[in-house]
Design a protein around this ligand. Sequence first.
Ligand code: SF4
Length: 260
Amino acid sequence: MALSAASEENSEPLPSAAPRVPPPVSPADLRTLAESAAALLEDADAADVIAWARREFGSGLVVASSMADTHLVHLAQRVVPGIDVLFLDTGYHFAETIGTRDAVATVYDVNVVTMTPHQTVAEQALTYGPHLYQRDPDRCCALRKVEPLERGLAPYRAWITGMRREDAPTRAGMRVVEYDKARNKITVAPLARWTQQDVDAYVTRHQVLVNPLLYDGYTSVGCAPCTRRPSPGADPRSGRWVGSSKTECGLRQQPGGSER
Ligand code: SF4
């Protein structure tokens, strides 16, 4: 688990014939690995965290991206060219977000894997009634985000997320590497320590693709029915699920294994 500086020079392409189903690993082994890596990598550069994950998990590593922004995907493909990127197409995304997904697939050196829910929006309305996101957003997120994520993550041992500690109080305690007990997988959060200023500096420095909604007053982008422009100076995530106590999709678990 020794660290080395990640760069475009030492990055390597994914093996073309790599096995897609991860071999069994005991929960105890994964938890031990996560705890030691979290301590080792707490102060590491984000690229070094991704390089560690690449060495540890090989092709069993995927980036999860909502395409609300693309700096994490940009960074990941610099370290691991050709890396898989998991995108959940809920059927409720802004056109700008789908356009960002398509641009990422075209411009970046990645393999975008798009997962869709079992039901279309219309089919879900027939089963549960219209506008489920208004009446029961947790159920809607479970059907359109959580279940597709579980299916999408199944072939992988570890997933990289762009979540940051300053995103929300619920994320303040997250570690750079965590054991995901519910899924028996490893969650890697290379940007956990990043501030918004760090993100902005990276975007400017590398001229990364930007979801146009971020230029239109949105500071946190999710599904269109559940996303509003926050008031000037308000919490950047205050535009999500306005009028509801809901603050998370249910994709992330709390440290120790309980779902958030
Ligand atoms: S964010 Fe809203 S529309 Fe999207 S899955 Fe969750 S409740 Fe449904």
